[in-house]
Design a protein around this ligand. Structure first.
Ligand code: TRP
Length: 335
């Protein structure tokens, strides 16, 4: 197997991207573009349908929006192949093979899936497609022989299953048919919501979107959760659990300045409005170039669909090749 770096990652198209996605994985994807590597970015629509089959309109609308968000975030379609999962049927064929070496018990142990089952109220009747999506995700990763997968920490169990699956296939085949993928985590980790809840998300309505305009970014920043006991400017303030500092830590490149602000805030004498204004400036420095890169809304849909179509062609060729190799390695009869 050639000794190259192959990055693959993806997102479910269920809504626009926000700063949590940026901190969790977009930063790494853009960084990867400077490295000598192959890059694939998948819009995981088939995975989105595993818990949104009653709301296909939402998914359909989110697909071109996601492409526009990627471009805004700095993903360059000339350097990263952006493609649509459901338009690569070879991935399903690969999944079908992997289903035979994955036990139900193994699927039931997945902590991320367990959380999702609770959140979605699937306890009494789990759709089979949903239960099996981690196998599909293993196919997404292994079908490209991906070596590097930039994702947030919640995706660790999925990458683990993919690694086990690759190792198992390689053992059965007696040679290295598939690459063992590794996770690329960002140092930032999970970004809290502006309300102080553990996670920024569209459904909790506590996220700043990459597509928010300057007025909206300012409005959301000004209402961020800080330290409820920091009443007067002169009071000592808490930095831990203070969303403004979490965001400064995640997005302000000037770490020394942030440390200085923390010291002054802890001591007392630094007001919330001052640190919030600081953060608005930091977020604008990040988001203003994104607004400039974003495709013109008039032409956006067509531009985005064309990018997807082209990327999907390249993706299909790649997975078809890997699928053929897996079949051969396992001795599967091919007509
Ligand atoms: N499960 C991922 C998420 O919810 C999306 C995804 C699907 C993915 N296939 C992938 C991520 C393959 C990385 C690699 O965000």
């Amino acid at each position: 197997m050639p000794n190259t770096i192959t990055m693959l990652t993806g997102d479910r198209p269920t809504g626009p991207l926000h700063l949590g996605h940026h901190a969790g994985s977009l930063i790494e994807r853009v960084r990867m573009q400077a490295r000598d590597a192959e890059r694939f970015i998948m819009i995981a629509d088939a995975q989105a349908y595993t818990d949104n089959i009653g709301d296909t309109a939402k998914v359909a609308e989110a697909i071109p929006t996601l492409v526009a968000d990627y471009i805004a975030a700095g993903i360059d379609p000339l350097r990263s192949t952006i493609f649509l999962q459901s338009a690569v049927p070879e991935l399903v064929e690969l999944m079908q093979i992997f289903m035979n070496i994955t036990t139900l018990a193994r699927l039931e142990r997945n902590p991320t899936v367990r959380d999702e089952i609770k959140q979605r109220g699937f306890e009494k009747s789990i759709p089979a497609g949903f239960a099996c999506y981690p196998i599909a995700q293993a196919a997404d990763i292994l079908g490209f022989r991906a070596t590097h997968v930039p994702v947030g920490t919640d995706q660790l169990p999925m990458i683990e299953l993919a690694s086990e699956t690759a190792a198992r296939i390689n053992r059965m085949a007696g040679r290295d048919v598939l690459a063992i993928p590794q996770v690329v985590l960002t140092s930032t980790g999970r970004l809290p919501g502006i309300d102080g809840k553990a996670k920024a998300s569209k459904s909790l309505n506590n996220a700043i979107f990459l597509s928010d305009d300057a007025a909206e970014v300012k409005r959301k920043t000004m209402m961020m959760f800080t330290d409820p006991d920091h009443i007067r400017v002169s009071d000592p303030g808490k930095v831990e659990g203070n969303v403004v500092f979490s965001y400064l830590d995640a997005f302000d490149p000037d770490k020394e300045k942030v440390e200085d602000l923390k010291t002054r805030y802890r001591k007392g004498g630094l007001g919330d409005v001052v640190i919030k204004k600081e953060l608005v400036a930091v977020l604008e420095a990040l988001l203003a170039p994104m607004r400039d890169r974003r495709p013109d809304p008039q032409a956006s849909r067509d531009v985005c669909v064309d990018i997807l179509r082209e990327g999907t062609l390249a993706a299909r060729t790649r997975v078809a090749d890997v699928l053929a190799d897996v079949r051969k390695a396992l001795g599967i009869f091919v007509l």
